[in-house]
Ligand binder design. Sequence first.
Ligand SMILES: *Cc1c(COP(=O)(O)O)cnc(C)c1O
Length: 242
Amino acid sequence: MGAAADNLQGVRRRLAEAAAAAGRPGDAVRLIAVSKTVSAESVVDVLAAGQPAFGENYVQEALAKIDAVDRLRPPGSPAPEWHFIGPIQSNKTRAIAERFDWVHGVDRAKIAERLSAQRDPARGPLNVLIEVNVDGEASKSGCAPHDVPALARLVAALANLRFAGLMTVPAPREDRSAQRVPYARLRELAASLAVAGLPTAELSMGMSADLEAAVAEGATMVRVGTALFGARPARNDERSER
Ligand SMILES: *Cc1c(COP(=O)(O)O)cnc(C)c1O
């Protein structure tokens, strides 16, 4: 077993403890293993250790890795569930619609429309989470909270998409109570959508440094890279592949 498969036990323990502290069931939160910059071999190792879902940010890297994982995993073993978690350029929607199961981070109508048009109906609907810029940072992707209801309605109406929930990547904060603030905002936004007839099953929020805060505020999916695979090489275009 590699280091990442060992780290998986530690991350699962953190999730179980955070869920227990919040009075939530142990299986309330799904772990998305963020494998950007990580080799296909490491993905296969973690997959074999029982982690089914992986998140990727960069389309070209992801396509090569999805193929490599399919070649490397034991014949007959289940394929991973692939989540696209990066910003989406409109010229990359076809590849995402064709190769991914989940998309965290749709933030505008044009992207949603393209993903639906390019999704093969035989693969079933693509699960879509809307990315919300809860901190209102000018430099960030994600749609403004007041634009979420209209976009959610559009996603829910598109033939080959399923509106699955909301996602956010807040500005980093140091202490636990500050970390909870943006996650509480996302939870409240989901509650207001539910009142408007748009139930949001999933809240994708929380990363290596703050997953406890996200689980305390109701995360159903956490996206964890560093705590599983170790520090990534610096990449100056992170979150800006647009
Ligand atoms: C890289 C990335 C993560 C994982 O972050 P870590 O701090 O390494 O756990 C989660 N979500 C998104 C959108 C990312 O780009």
